[in-house]
Each structure stands twice: as C-alpha cells, then as structure tokens.
Design a protein around this ligand. Structure first.
Ligand SMILES: O=C(O)c1ccccc1NCC(=O)[C@H](O)[C@H](O)COP(=O)(O)O
Length: 211
C-alpha cells in the first residue's frame, strides 16, 4: 500500500480542493505568524469546514501558549494537532486529555541520538513526524534530513517523514525509509506559501507510483 499523504501549509480553498481530489489523507493548516503559510483562525476554520470529512485536518502549532492553543482548537476543531516546536511530552499529554484529536509531534532528525530521545513521547504522541532540523523556521524549510538514519530503525510509535520532499525525490525517500506517511509543503509550491496545484498532483502521483 502506498504511504498516506499529507499536504501541509494550505491557505486557499483551491489548494484544499486539489489536495482532496489528488487523494491526500491529511491537509495541514499552519497557525504560526512568522510562517509564509500562516493562516489566521478565521481562515483556518473556513478551510476546515470546506475540507469536511473528505480529508483529515491537521492544525500546526509552534510553542503556542496555553491560551492560544485553546483558542485555536476551539476555532478549528482539527482531527490532528501537530506540535512543531519544543513542546514537552507533559504538555502534549495535557492537550491529549482535553481534546478528541490525534496528537502528532514533529522532530528535527539530526542523528541517531534523536531517535532515542523521542521515546519520551511514546504513549502520548499518536505519530512522530520526522523532519529536517529547524533552521529559518521550525518547519517548512524545504530541507532534507539524512534518510539513512531511519533505514534500520525499529519504530515504536507511528511515524511519517517530512522535509524537502518533492515530486522528484519522494519515491527515493519512500524506498530509503519505508515511511507509512509522507508530508510535503515547499516541494509543491511555486513561491513560499503559494501552493502549485499541478505540483500537488505530481507529488501525489509520484507517491502512488512509488515501490
Ligand atoms: O510550513 C511551515 O511554514 C511551517 C512553519 C513552522 C512550523 C512548521 C511548518 N511546517 C510543518 C510541516 O509539516 C511541513 O510540511 C514540513 O516541515 C515539511 O516542509 P517542507 O520541507 O517545506 O516540505
């Protein structure tokens, strides 16, 4: 079975529709003001309504305060909350107990030590999203990590990969990691924050064709 697809950083109804038409399982809405993909809560709620039950909606937060987290969850009612900062397992546990959403934790994968450190999220995070280490932004930088780090790793938590994936390299990333989920943002854009509908289609086709 091909990996599940998450298209992240959507900000328009057209991009939401394209992701659904092309078979994405998840769409990501980034609520983080420094990002070129930031959507305010009103827009996020509108996009969430448009997505309906056709696709699962992932709300991305980065070290958000308790107050902002509450406001964002109440406005968007996401299927998944993706924490993309330095949030602790304890904080994820608090949110998990309060909202009927999956909890994902993004981790910048630097070296084998990172793989040991993520164990603290076991039993709390429903999925670990391995991404390139933070640089200009905590995520969405279009940078890859070393896929070979995952080649022989025995995963104890559901997982997926992100970071610098494109229609041209996603098949190689799947072959190298056997990831059950692939996530893309910059690789399906024509400019930062501007999704390219043809590239969304090409990415999804490449995932479906991957061995
Ligand atoms: O996309 C952003 O702008 C962003 C900003 C801050 C935190 C997370 C962000 N994106 C999270 C994602 O899940 C991206 O899809 C992931 O980092 C991969 O991005 P890319 O390398 O651009 O494909």
């Amino acid at each position: 079975m091909p990996p599940l697809i998450k298209i992240c950083g959507l900000s328009t109804p057209e991009a939401v529709d394209a992701a659904i038409e092309q078979g994405a399982a998840y769409i990501g809405l980034v609520h983080y003001e420094p990002s070129p993909r930031h959507v305010d809560l009103r827009t996020a709620a509108e996009l969430r309504r448009r997505a309906g039950a056709h696709v699962k909606v992932v709300l991305l937060l980065v070290n958000a305060s308790q107050q902002l987290t509450g406001q964002a969850l109440a406005a968007v009612w996401p299927d998944v909350v993706q924490f993309h900062g330095t949030e602790t397992p304890e904080w994820l546990g608090v949110v998990k107990r309060l909202v009927p959403a999956e909890i994902w934790k993004a981790i910048g994968l630097k070296d084998a030590g990172t793989l040991e450190r993520i164990e603290k999220y076991r039993g709390i995070a429903d999925r670990i999203l391995f991404d390139a280490p933070a640089s200009a932004l905590p995520g969405g930088n279009g940078a890859r990590f070393d896929w070979s780090l995952l080649a022989n790793h025995r995963h104890t938590i559901d997982w997926g990969i992100a970071g610098g994936l494109t229609p041209d390299n996603v098949a190689a990333a799947i072959a190298a990691t056997r990831a059950p989920l692939v996530d893309v943002s910059s690789g399906v854009e024509s400019a930062p924050g501007v999704k390219d509908l043809d590239r969304i289609a090409a990415f999804c086709a490449a995932v479906r064709a991957a061995q």
